[in-house]
Design a protein around this ligand. Structure first.
Ligand SMILES: Cc1cc2nc3c(=O)[nH]c(=O)nc-3n(C[C@H](O)[C@H](O)[C@H](O)COP(=O)(O)O)c2cc1C
Length: 333
């Protein structure tokens, strides 16, 4: 399977399936000398765990991480960091009834169409559990960003409400990146906004991304949408407003970067829906098992992780943007 590695300079490769023995991540590009513990990664994982958020599944996944490599005496060694979480609460028999049917809103049909073979016990690689690896990568990226005074934080900003029996709802996650210096992001094909959108759209169930005023800009006037420049008390150039969401020309302005991720309703619902079998015979399906009523609360930390890794990757990239900086780093007196 191609496409399991994210990033260029700071990379995470996620592996594992929802009903396999374990899931994990190989994180590369972390400098040596960073203090790193399982507890620090676990803090992030716990925010994604079922039961940790409103309207989440009653599955009891303890999701305890184990660091397998890349850390010695509490510090990173500069070598690949491998982290793993064992699957402990997977009930494969919940899925036996739907082995030969396609669940609406899921990747069952497209997986079959592509590979001709599917692990029907759950979503496999397209399961929400795949995001465990992303969150572990994001936790490491966030620790490096913290050293630089950069903070990434995502929360649910849409209303959460209980739905009528057997159905599900969608939601909106807003992510704010604070402390990012101006000029991060590479024109033209590696713009900060383009890279953030790619990162967040790769999360299952995320269907749209907005930066700053987002889709509203199409109905605004230039005078309303432009952010006037000014100088703050310390002499820094700032924008007086932030309609651009902290990004101009694909590069950070130095203001807060604001991103919204729009999440679809959980596809697994126990309401009866029309579908077909693998052979194309029409039938109906009611998806049992234990699922989130709304995915957004548990996906917030995943958005945060993807944004943290994107920003770190582009901060690394920016290190060779100017001759004077390269000289500062390498030139001998
Ligand atoms: C953190 C997270 C948790 C998820 N939990 C569930 C779930 O409990 N039940 C479900 O049907 N889908 C869940 N999903 C969504 C499906 O994985 C996703 O909708 C499906 O693979 C189809 O992909 P698409 O929506 O991107 O087209 C979850 C996604 C994420 C990111």
């Amino acid at each position: 399977m191609a496409g399991s590695t994210f990033g260029k300079n700071f990379t995470v490769t996620t592996w594992g399936e929802s009903h396999g023995k374990a899931l994990g991540a190989v994180i590369d590009g972390c400098p040596a000398g960073l203090s790193l513990s399982e507890a620090a990664i676990q803090e992030y994982l716990d925010r994604r765990r079922p039961g940790s958020a409103p309207l989440s599944t009653p599955r009891k996944e303890s999701d305890q991480c184990e660091i397998l490599s890349g850390v010695f005496e509490g510090k990173t060694t500069g070598t690949p960091i491998s982290v793993m979480v064992r699957n402990t609460d997977q009930i494969s028999k919940d899925y036996s009834a739907i082995a030969s049917l396609y669940r609406p809103g899921h990747a069952d049909y497209t997986f079959d169409a592509k590979y001709g073979f599917r692990d029907y016990r759950g979503g496999g690689r397209s399961s929400g559990r795949e995001t465990i690896g992303r969150v572990m990568g994001g936790a490491v990226a966030a620790l490096i960003l913290k050293e630089l005074g950069i903070k990434v934080h995502a929360i649910v900003t849409s209303d959460l409400f209980e739905v009528p029996a057997q159905d599900s709802i969608g939601g909106v996650i807003t992510c704010t990146i604070k402390g990012l210096p101006a000029g991060i992001g590479e024109p033209v094909f590696s713009k900060l906004d383009a890279r953030l959108c790619e990162a967040c759209m790769s999360i299952g169930a995320v269907k749209a991304i907005e930066i700053g005023d987002g889709i509203k800009v199409a109905s605004m006037k230039g005078s309303e949408n432009n952010d006037a420049f000014a100088v703050d008390q310390s002499g820094n150039i700032i924008t007086k407003t932030n309609h651009c969401g902290g990004i101009l020309g694909g590069m950070s302005t130095g203001g807060d970067v604001i991103l919204k991720a729009y999440v679809k309703p959980t596809p697994s619902i126990s309401l009866e829906q029309e579908t077909v079998t693998r052979e194309g015979t029409p039938t109906t399906i009611s998806v049992g098992g234990r699922h989130d009523i709304c995915i957004a609360p548990r996906a917030a930390v995943v958005v945060e992780a993807m944004c943290a890794m994107t920003v770190l990757d582009l901060l690394y990239e920016n290190m060779h943007a100017r001759m004077d900086r390269i000289l500062d780093f390498y030139a001998k007196d």
